[in-house]
Design a protein around this ligand. Sequence first.
Ligand code: TXA
Ligand code: MG
Length: 323
Amino acid sequence: MYFCGLMTIIGTDIQQAKIFLEQGNVVGIPTETVYGLAGNAFDIEAVTKIFEVKNRPTFDPLIVHTDSIERLSEFVQFIPEKALLLAQKFMPGPLTMLLPKHPSIPDLVTSGLDTVAVRIPNHPLTLELLRSLAFPLAAPSANPFGYISPTSAQHVAKQLGEKIPYILDGGECQIGLESTIIGFENEEVIVYRKGGLAIEEIEKVVGKVRVNSHSSSNPKAPGMLKSHYSPRKDLLIFRGEILEENKNKIGYLAFQKYNPELPRENQLILSESGDYKEAAKYLFAYMRQLDGMDIDKIYVELLPEKDLGRAINDRLKRAAVKA
Ligand code: TXA
Ligand code: MG
């Protein structure tokens, strides 16, 4: 049975979150990337609740979160050399690694795969919570399956509020994009999801990587479906012109400048100074905001294909694909 029908509590009480998690409940947790929907990764019932609350198919595996590189050995078989180098440099941080799974992790968590996705989130409240627990936390992003990821406790409450007893409020997410997911094959590092850690940063540590984040044909990442991160309204990529006649019903997500063809009140700017980090931080919140406006369609601008612009464009293109 899971919590149902009452409003969730939003608070900063780590002890309270710990008690709910120890009872096998699921709790909203802050991270620097996006909010997670967390449960005991060793407990099949808690993991089942995560899938139910999110309405997520069980073929889409979950990331397991812990607080230190040392504790990874509780649920991975071994850490390849390049993985250790990257872990030392970027963990805690917006990086998830696919590593050989230890039998302590139930198959449900990994959808039967022999790798487990691991991450050490960089948020003081969640790190303290993880340190206080005897188990790691399985946590997908705390949004209903297919919708935009939440970057504040209020986003989580709005969408999953009646289904979970507690949301640990850590303020707005500082990075705003999900973690970058990488795996290791022989000596090669492979990127499966572009995210909050720029590929350029990873390459500074381990040299050239292979980027393989194309969803549907990618058995390594069954959950990276094409139609993802979607707002409810139609979202189109701006290719130089607005085709609709009634310009008053068009919303616009710009990188640096307003589109002079459209009314300003329907437009949001990601970063006037062209800062990729700032753009990433506001991307999902602005997509939500546009989704709530009195408009029919949303046009979005793509960013230059470098730095975090690559992950931002990836999310925008996935959101633009209709199921
Ligand atoms: O930033 C993040 O990564 C956030 C925060 C909460 O940590 N979490 C997150 O989880 O984005 P989620 O479940 O929304 O996305 C995880 C992705 C899914 O697309 C899933 O398919 C993939 O990771 N994944 C998980 N385990 C995997 C595995 N063993 N092999 C391949 N892909 C895996
Ligand atoms: Mg997600």
